[in-house]
Design a protein around this ligand. Structure first.
Ligand SMILES: [Zn+2]
Length: 181
């Protein structure tokens, strides 16, 4: 799996969960706090949230994979949280500012909405980082040609380099048997 694929996949999965949770929770809060009846159902919000979330996740996931090495932080989790905070600033402040939403930019309502979405973005970042690591764990890079090869391969399909995967396994097994005896 290339970094691009990995970012796209991790982004879309996290984005769908992000979109569904932010839309359905907002719907529930609105239903509980506003006096008037909301005509559309929660299923509609889940579908909309899932669609918008997957688009959002794909964009952020691709940017994440392309900027991965330049992002600050030593772990992919920290990097993913940083990019999700950038996304939060972009989608909660810059986009509404450009589009000039119905309410005033500096109204209490606007600030409250923007602040309350922050937790969802951080949650998205955590998922993105976790999935990125999960997908990275499933593969390894050849020490000779730097290409991504299947994790259980003991021979590089590109350059023919032999990996010492079997030696490691034997060592593990001998350790286990020596512990038993
Ligand atoms: Zn190789």
């Amino acid at each position: 799996m290339s970094n691009f694929e990995k970012g796209l996949k991790a982004g879309v999965i996290s984005g769908i969960i992000f979109g569904i949770s932010i839309y359905s929770i907002q719907y529930i809060i609105e239903r509980l706090t506003s006096g008037y009846d909301i005509s559309y159902s929660i299923i509609f919000m889940v579908i909309i949230g899932g669609i918008l979330g997957s688009i959002f996740g794909a964009i952020i996931g691709i940017i994440f994979s392309k900027t991965y090495k330049k992002l600050p932080g030593t772990s992919s989790m920290v990097k993913a949280i940083i990019i999700s905070i950038f996304a939060w600033i972009f989608f909660s402040f810059l986009i509404p500012f450009i589009l000039r939403y119905g309410y005033s930019y500096f109204s209490d309502n606007f600030i409250r909405n923007a602040m309350s979405s922050q937790v969802f973005y951080i949650f998205f970042g955590i998922m993105l980082g976790l999935l990125w690591d999960k997908f990275t764990e499933m593969e390894k890079t050849c020490s000779e040609c730097q290409r991504v090869v299947p994790k259980d391969a003991n021979l590089c399909p590109y350059c023919g380099k032999k990996f010492n995967i079997n030696i490691k396994k034997v060592n593990k097994e001998t350790k286990l048997t020596s512990k038993k005896s």
